[in-house]
Design a protein around this ligand. Sequence first.
Ligand SMILES: *Cc1c(COP(=O)(O)O)cnc(C)c1O
Length: 352
Amino acid sequence: MSFIDLRSDTVTKPTSGMREAIARAVVGDDVLGDDPTVIELQERFAALTGKDAACFVPSSTMANQICIKALTQPGDEIIAHEGSHIINYEGGGPAVLSGCMIKALTGNRGQFTARQVEESIRPDDPHFPRTSLVSLENTHNRGGGSIWPIEEIRSVTSAARDRGLKTHLDGARLWNACVATGLSVRDYAEHFDTVSCCFSKGLGAPVGAVLACDKKTIHKVLRYRKLFGGGMRQSGLLAAACIYALEHHFKRLSDDHANARRFAEGIIKVPGLSLNAQHGTPAGVDTNIVLFELAEGVPIDAAALCKRAAEKGVLMFDTGPRRVRAVTSLEVDGAKVDRAAGIIRECVTSAR
Ligand SMILES: *Cc1c(COP(=O)(O)O)cnc(C)c1O
């Protein structure tokens, strides 16, 4: 059976063009700093973000954890949204690798306000951890691929900076925010000390993430990349795929967004299904992630729906007892998302 895979945009496989770019890549030894393709990717990313330097790493998890390590001391507290990737999906990394506590903020769709940040900063007193870093995620994964409004980013990061805090942007899917808003990577990055972006999600590379920062921080970043085991040798093979992804798969993310809206329109027509309450209408599907809910009256839960749909060839994840997440990527097109919505309709209606 050929599956319609809506589990994540991480399931994207390298295209034949990308495989050719990998095969052609000129490589060196990146730990020794002489892999020309890695250097090219890093230079391009530094230019895109407007930062002094960039560093290629195996995953966005490592990118985030290196940035946290570089911007904090053990015993510090990080301010982040309760739904953030660094809290929920990185194995407790901030505690294990950096010895940091996290102050988790609430807020719609992965967002919080400058006022919340100001109220969370600890007074300078030996009782308290030292607040040192604010981390934002854009687009926000658990928020349903939601986009932080740029004015909110400006307001939160300037409040942080005014109080002497550092700022990190988990931009694993920043590409999606850029394509959806028309803002540049730099328009977002300029508000942060460090920025991480992923190449193995919607951009379709097999492996890789890049982080950017200033000259002083890159020195620490290289040390922590080595410490965390992320120093790679002929990694130009991987960087070549990332460069190809930038050139060929960045702009086309708008197709993924259109397919996500199209899928959402199919889903809301199914009795008993609605988009996540935080989203409202399909117009509220900001990018390539669709969260939908099963009403109490639907006699199956999210896990059972995902299981049935999988038997019929549609793969998705349940992210709550009555919530399902579907993600579009270059693995699916308009016809496939229509077929997926139809199969989900069958699974829900036959359950009655
Ligand atoms: C996927 C993701 C990451 C981690 O990416 P990996 O490359 O899988 O480690 C980090 N942050 C966000 C917001 C993500 O969605």
